[in-house]
Every structure is written in C-alpha cells, then in structure tokens.
Design a protein around this ligand. Structure first.
Ligand SMILES: Nc1nc2[nH]cc(C(=O)O)c2c(=O)[nH]1
Ligand code: SF4
Ligand SMILES: [Mg+2]
Length: 240
C-alpha cells in the first residue's frame, strides 16, 4: 500500500474535534481542489513519514500490512482515520487494512466521488463516514450526481455520516443553497446525518467569506444540533 504519512494527533475537524486519532494518509487523489491542504498526497511518495509524539521515522513505500500492524497495534482502542488523498483509490489496500487491523474504530475521510470503489468489506468495517461535498467553485466541475450516488450507497449501511463543506471566498451563495437542499433531502435516507460547515484557514486564521456569514445564519436557524460551523483546529493549535 502507498501511504504518505501515519501520525497521532487530535481530530481537528467536525464535531469530533479534540479527541485523539490515528491518521493513515493514503497517497493519490482523483481531484485537485483549490483549497487542498495536503497536495503532498497527490503523488506516490517513495517514503512514508511516521510521526508520533514528536518522534519521526520513515519507511519505504509500498508498506506491508505487517509493518502497519506492528506500528499501530500499541494504539488499539483509538479512532483510526483513513484519509488522503483519496483512500478509495487503493481499494484493495484499504480492505486489507480493514480486515487485518483489530481493535480500532474506523473513520473514513473521503471526497465521496468514487461510488464504484465501495464494497461490502468497506461497508461492514467503517464506523463513521466523513464525506466532503465538492462544489464546482472549488473543483471546476459539477459532481452532485456522482456524490448523490455515493451518499445513497453509504446511507444504506445505517452508519454515522458527517457531510463536510469547505467555505472559501469563491464559494457562492447559490452553492450554499444547493448544499442545504441536498442536506435536507439526504436526511430522509438515514438516521445519523450531520453537516459541518468548515471555513478555510490560512496562516492559522479563518478566512472570512460571504458563505461563512451564510453558514453562520443557517447554523443559528437549525436547533437539533446536527448542523455545525467549525473551523479546523489543528492549524490553530499548530499540531499535525
Ligand atoms: N489534526 C488533524 N485533523 C484532521 N482531520 C482531518 C484531517 C485530514 O487531513 O484528513 C486531519 C489532519 O490532517 N490533522
Ligand atoms: S479531495 Fe481532498 S486530498 Fe483530494 S484534492 Fe481535494 S482536498 Fe485535496
Ligand atoms: Mg487535512
């Protein structure tokens, strides 16, 4: 498996912020979002950067499942996030991880654009799906139809799904209306759905935008606690 980095930190996004997470960052991505904060994961890296408690080491790619098991087994009981890049581009490697790594709670960080890569093994092991909503202003094309197919398939599993949308100065209010329309429609398909509006951060500061103002008002108007406006906390805390 081609892994860009493996590290332990606090979850810096969504309503799970502040709790310890292992991150396994898969190499390769099928998108090139304007706001991407992990461009290093676009390409396959010759080495995997491992950093735990400020100690770093490197392993040559590809990594074996035995290497991964040795590295992660002291952390059984922790949440483990498969992130990227886009982990579903390496479906077989992901399935190997899911069937061999024992004693973790699995979190899937996905751009939600590869419904054809989903499989029964993935469905049975992932506990929480964190799915980005990719807007045309950030990726240059409309992917709603594909994202709808992706969402419908993961919703059938009944697992927790967190939708995440990144707010940037180029995000339009029409796009925000579209996000909201989909959130309301998709809520009908599953019991455990929440939405995080995530304003972009740069230089440890939250970037102001009209979509951020819009999201603030929308979040205030929604009382059930399933809609959140939360910036990334890891750049602010200056942690990985
Ligand atoms: N602290 C921290 N929290 C995160 N939440 C999602 C991340 C990601 O890149 O997938 C991430 C990350 O890279 N670091
Ligand atoms: S999907 Fe994620 S990793 Fe890929 S380009 Fe977009 S933000 Fe970056
Ligand atoms: Mg990140």
């Amino acid at each position: 498996m081609q892994i860009d980095e493996i590290f332990l930190s606090l979850q810096g996004e969504t309503e799970f912020v502040g709790i310890p997470f292992l991150f396994v960052r898969f190499s390769g991505c099928n998108l090139r979002c304007s706001y991407c904060d992990t461009p290093a994961a676009f390409t396959i890296s010759p080495t995997c950067h491992i950093h735990f408690h400020g100690q770093e080491s490197f392993l040559s790619n590809p990594l074996s499942i035995e290497q991964l098991t040795t590295l992660l087994s002291p952390y059984q009981g922790y949440w483990l996030s498969f992130t990227g890049g886009e982990p579903l581009l390496q479906r077989e490697a992901l399935e190997t991880c899911l069937t061999h790594l024992k004693g973790f709670r699995f979190w899937m960080e996905t751009n939600g654009t590869l419904p054809e890569a989903l499989s029964p093994i993935i469905f049975s092991h992932i506990d929480v799906w964190s799915m980005d909503l990719k807007l045309p202003s950030a990726i240059g094309k409309n992917l709603w139809e594909t994202q709808e197919r992706f969402f419908s398939r993961i919703a059938e599993t009944g697992k927790t799904i967190i939708l995440k949308v990144i707010l940037t100065p180029t995000t339009t209010l029409e796009e925000m209306e579209e996000v909201w329309k989909h959130f309301l429609l998709w809520r009908e398909k599953t019991r455990s759905l929440s939405l995080t509006f995530q304003p972009m951060t740069s230089e440890k500061k939250v970037i102001q935008s009209e979509s951020l103002r819009w999201a603030y008002e929308k979040t205030l108007s929604w009382p059930d606690g399933k809609v959140h406006l939360i910036p990334q906390i890891h750049p602010i805390l200056q942690i990985p």
